[in-house]
Design a protein around this ligand. Structure first.
Ligand SMILES: Cc1cc2nc3c(=O)[nH]c(=O)nc-3n(C[C@H](O)[C@H](O)[C@H](O)COP(=O)(O)OP(=O)(O)OC[C@H]3O[C@@H](n4cnc5c(N)ncnc54)[C@H](O)[C@@H]3O)c2cc1C
Length: 594
């Protein structure tokens, strides 16, 4: 199998990159630019189409600010990860979705083939300059997690070109936002290559989809209604009716037929390698999401006061344990996650490491941080009362976005099932804990041993008992590895003990029953440890909020009195027509007729 991160000559750069301002200045300017600030809070009033165009404009602005090179994308350089963890990506997850498809999935697949044909080089140039919107079409209506069984075909023709076709409705591509949105669109599409009636396996092809207004001949896109909660993109169902492609549309060689199932699977994984990169990138994007949720909830909880009996004045809701505890936990998790990400990237990018192990790091990080993100956004939006329900205050819309990110580019459950099954069979090993005596390491080791014993008993990972007993535990097992890795990384990085203690206490609580049953750390001790960790962290809450550095990315209505006034002043207002008399004609019979 080819090495998916083979280095590409860094001298190849897109020719048309925007000049000044510098990359750093442009990135810093994003949150306060009119596109990202302005009337962002009134987006709820916009139509589906207007919101999509806005997210598209923001996606372009992000890509232009970062000016990633082919080298950055091919070799996963730091700017590539900086883009995916930029809080501006979390300010509009619709834009974030378009950016990651454009840069990671589409450009990431194309850059490997930049020397194959001048047209591909030109296309990469256009994609990086965002002159075209790029799509990545793998999933089909009838094939999601089992994408290895996709049915779209590309049949080799006698002139060297291909006939691209969706043989049935289940073979239509689903999710890629291919409906026209004002900018020409191209796409990388995965199809079974058929040569003289033989199936040569799944290959990527590149082709134009639309000119921004109309679809190309033979391609149909059906626009799905918008997702609720998250900023929408034009998720579509896309079908191909005998579309003729030139020879250079095939990315890579024609190759040959293979009957070796292991080889076919290895090739498939290599072909869709950028989804593994994407899974890790989406996992990393949880960091700014958690930080923003923590920041918004923290500042609001300082501002919002309540009257309490016998108190001389109103007190901020932040003073309640139920309020500051989840905020502190979320902040601690985001700080620990940053150290976890550094260690993960070092391992994920290590070309000398087994590819399966590298992918395992990506799965573990995604599963762990998506879970932290889901819990943080769910709990924190609930802690803000009615205000937490509105998308303009962003925490609940972040939660909905995370539900999507959890499925996209490697569904967390699917990834965990595969990883656990392979680890339990010892097909490869992941690095052990630096402190095997720690609570988290013991938790991980015990879950692993317990489920490995089940595997040995039940006669294989395809048995009914494995399905019944181990599959439901797979996410828990992977997260137990992730908690241990994250904690070890944070301790090794010398993170403040108040942060690591709180991370540890919160991680233990996520499977408190196990610790109560298998260690002397029962529920009373768990409560005491959590209480002590929160009490130690509380005096630093303000400093931790500052430390996130996300204030400029969090200008929601409930953040400050000033923001709230601006919001209320800008709301659609309905009032009565001016009346010559001051008395109100309160006519119940009239109301009853309405
Ligand atoms: C926001 C978003 C953007 C996306 N963008 C793109 C894109 O640009 N391009 C693209 O090609 N795709 C895209 N996708 C599609 C994504 O890749 C698929 O949704 C994903 O692979 C899962 O496929 P599915 O939705 O068909 O789920 P299914 O395969 O139908 O699975 C549904 C559920 O069934 C269960 N399940 C399925 N198989 C197994 C199994 N073997 N063992 C145990 N349980 C199982 C799991 O609970 C799983 O969650 C996007 C998805 C989302 C949410």
């Amino acid at each position: 199998m080819e090495n998916p991160t083979v280095r590409i000559n860094s001298s190849i750069r897109p020719t048309t990159l925007l000049p000044s301002p510098s990359r750093r200045d442009a990135i810093k300017a994003l949150p306060s630019s009119p596109l990202f600030s302005g009337n962002k809070i009134f987006e709820g009033y916009l139509s589906y189409d207007q919101r999509v165009r806005l997210s598209l404009a923001r996606a372009k602005a992000l890509v232009h600010a970062y000016k990633l090179t082919i080298d950055d994308i091919a070799n996963l350089n730091q700017p590539f990860w900086d883009l995916h963890t930029d809080p501006a990506m979390a300010m509009d997850t619709g834009a974030g979705t378009l950016v990651t498809i454009q840069i990671n999935l589409a450009a990431g697949t194309l850059v490997k083939h930049v020397r194959d044909h001048p047209m591909i080089a030109q296309l990469v140039d256009d994609v990086l300059a965002f002159r075209v919107l790029a799509h990545y079409c793998l999933t089909e209506v009838a094939h999601g997690l089992d994408a290895i069984n996709i049915e779209t075909t590309a049949t080799l023709l006698s002139d060297g070109g291909f006939d691209l076709h969706s043989p049935n409705p289940g073979a239509a591509k689903i999710m890629p936002p291919t409906s026209p949105c004002g900018i020409p669109a191209i796409g990388v599409i995965f199809a079974k290559l058929i040569v003289k009636g033989n199936d040569y396996g799944i290959r990527p092809f590149v082709l134009p989809f639309n000119d921004g207004k109309s679809m190309m001949p033979g391609i149909t896109a059906k626009l799905m209604p918008p997702r609720e909660g998250a900023p929408p993109v034009y998720h579509s169902i896309t079908a191909f009716n005998h579309v003729r492609l030139p020879a250079y549309a095939l990315l890579g060689p024609v190759g040959s037929k293979s009957a070796d199932r292991a080889l076919v699977r290895a090739n498939h994984i290599s072909t869709i390698w950028r989804t593994a990169v994407g899974g890790l990138a989406l996992g990393a994007s949880m960091i700014p999401a958690i930080e923003r949720a923590g920041y918004i909830a923290g500042r609001y909880s300082q501002r919002r006061t309540v009257g309490v009996p016998n108190a001389p004045k109103r007190i901020p809701i932040l003073s309640f344990r139920t309020q500051h505890a989840p905020i502190l936990v979320a902040l601690a998790q985001s700080f620990v996650a940053k150290e976890f990400l550094k260690v993960t990237l070092a391992n994920f990018k290590n070309p000398d490491s087994d590819l399966a192990v590298r992918m395992a790091w990506g799965t573990i990080l995604k599963a762990t941080l998506v879970d932290h993100g889901k819990i943080a956004t769910s709990v924190l939006s609930s802690r803000m009362g009615a205000q937490g329900l509105f998308a303009h205050n962003e925490i609940c819309s972040l939660h909905t976005s995370i539900l999507g990110l959890s499925v996209a580019e490697g569904d967390v459950l699917g990834l965990c099932i595969r990883l656990v099954s392979e680890l339990l069979q010892e097909r490869y090993h992941i690095p052990p804990s630096t402190d095997p005596t720690s609570l988290l390491a013991r938790h991980e080791a015990h879950l692993f041993a317990e489920n490995q014993a089940i595997l040995r008993q039940v006669g294989g990972h395809r048995s009914a008992d494995f399905n019944n007993l181990v599959l439901p535990k797979s996410e828990l097992i992977v997260r137990s590895i992730g908690h241990r890795m994250a904690y070890d990384a944070a301790v090794a990085a010398g993170l403040d003990g108040r942060i690591t203690d709180l991370y540890l206490a919160a991680a233990v609580k996520l499977d408190g029953g196990w610790y109560a049953e298998h260690t002397d750390f029962g529920s009373a001790r768990q409560d005491a440890a959590e209480n002590a960790a929160i009490s130690a962290a509380l005096p630093f809450l303000d400093a931790w909020l500052e430390r996130t550095g996300v204030e400029r990315y969090c200008q929601v209505p409930i953040l400050t009195d000033q923001n709230w006034k601006f919001f209320v002043d800008g709301l659609r207002e309905y009032s009565s027509a001016p009346s010559p008399t001051s008395s109100v004609p309160y006519a119940l019979p009239t109301l009853a007729k309405l």
